[in-house]
Design a protein around this ligand. Structure first.
Ligand code: ATP
Ligand code: MG
Length: 394
């Protein structure tokens, strides 16, 4: 007998359940974001039923694996399964389960299994216990090396009996979080390092659309350093559904600080300029906060004293999701989200071009303001903003 029906994608979500009356709005946003990432892969119908979302391709040769790769980067999705959608009758279920189980065993070498059944369709003559038992027996009869292990099986054959029946084994974890654009916009100070892409990702995970601002000091930092940041922007854009990236010329500001301010205050004054410029850009774009990759004590400019002086340059809130993390913890996340390999490329950042031998670790706000007041701050800030290049990463 030929089994009709096809592979579809089952999408599960979690935190959206807690949204009470706002749940439909979050679900709608999630579906919109799913459509955005699946765009171009082929025609699908996307339906929501009983707090799950089904993606049903129209064509047999739809690239399900690529669709799953993209969906597992969509914030809000807890997990995804490729699922066989078949007619609800025991014979068809048995045939498909045998075929699927043989496939799993030959691909993975797994030997032990159990069947888990959910029966939402109460018209089906067997209850869920009976389906699991009978289907388990069919599988054992048809597949010689297979064994049951109800406690720690190598794999589970999931069967969900609804109007149609859905059968699957694989559950691919998603990134969780909340759908991007469900929680406003924030501006990420994006360097070429490891921390700031992770920081941006963590804020985007909570439903915030991120825009990036990068400061570069040509010719002290090379074209390659800028390309690296654009590459990081592209990786983040896959999660963030695109990203606007502002590239700000910073050489003149750094030269001015270098010439006119005490060496040990160089970095902290430079950080205040970065914050001021990022805040201007943020305010112009309706962005409600700044995001940086700073962690307490990581370097001289990240002590509590330095962070206080940095924050005093702006009024927008500054979000620092890496604040309590060790470097190794940030590295783990960067590997998981795919930014690590790019972040460690050896191109210089403007922060590393002009550095003091002994940067101040406990800067005083009053002194900092006094030192920087010899500069024409407003003019320098405005000039940098006027020279800013804007890129729209798809
Ligand atoms: P990262 O790994 O993110 O570069 P870091 O530990 O090297 O962080 P710093 O160089 O002190 O730290 O920078 C602290 C934060 O300032 C960065 O996380 C980033 O948010 C911001 N920042 C630093 N350099 C730049 C830059 N060239 N453009 C934009 N933001 C920057
Ligand atoms: Mg850096």
């Amino acid at each position: 007998m030929v089994i009709t029906m096809k592979t579809i994608i089952l999408v599960r979500y979690e935190e959206i359940f807690l949204k009470g009356l706002n749940k439909p709005a979050f679900e709608a946003k999630l579906i919109k974001n799913m459509k955005h990432v699946l765009n171009g892969l082929g025609l699908v119908s996307i339906t929501k039923s009983q707090s799950r979302i089904y993606v049903e391709p129209e064509d047999e040769d739809y690239p399900v694996d690529e669709a799953i790769r993209r969906l597992t980067k969509v914030f809000g999705i807890a997990s995804v399964s490729p699922v066989h959608k078949i007619e609800t009758n025991f014979e068809t279920i048995s045939e498909k389960a045998v075929e699927m189980t043989k496939g799993i065993m030959s691909r993975s070498g797994y030997r032990t299994f159990k069947v888990e059944t959910k029966r939402a369709n109460k018209k089906f003559p067997l209850n869920s216990m009976e389906v699991s038992r009978e289907l388990g027996a069919v599988l054992l009869r048809n597949i010689p090396r297979l064994k049951v292990d109800v406690n720690e099986p190598d794999f589970i054959v999931h069967v969900e009996i609804r109007d149609y029946t859905y059968i699957y084994s694989e559950i691919v974890p998603g990134v969780k979080g909340l759908p991007v654009c469900s929680n406003g916009k924030a501006t990420l100070l994006l360097s070429g390092g490891i921390d700031s892409p992770v920081a941006g990702w963590m804020v985007a995970k909570r439903g915030v659309k991120i825009e990036g601002v990068h400061f570069y000091s040509y010719p002290y930092t090379s074209e390659k350093a800028k390309e690296k940041v654009i590459r990081l922007g592209k990786i983040l854009a896959e999660y963030n559904l695109g990203m606007k990236l502002y590239i700000v010329p910073f050489t003149e500001i750094q030269m001015a600080i270098n010439q006119k301010c005490p060496e040990e205050y160089l970095t902290i004054i430079m950080r205040r300029f970065m914050m001021k410029i990022a805040e201007r850009i943020a305010e112009k774009n309706g962005s409600l906060g700044l995001v940086t990759g700073e962690a307490i004590g990581q370097v001289a400019s990240q002590t509590l004293e330095s962070l206080l002086v940095t924050d005093s340059a702006v009024t927008l809130p500054v979000y620092r999701p890496c604040i309590g993390m060790d470097k190794s913890e940030v590295v783990d996340i960067s590997k998981r989200i795919g930014t690590y390999e790019t972040s460690i490329l050896p191109y210089e950042d403007c922060c590393t071009v002009f550095v003091a031998k002994h940067p101040v670790t406990k800067p005083k706000l009053q002194k900092t303001i006094e030192y920087e007041s010899v500069l024409n701050i407003e003019e320098l800030v405005q000039k940098a903003i006027d020279g800013t290049e804007v890129m729209e990463i798809e």
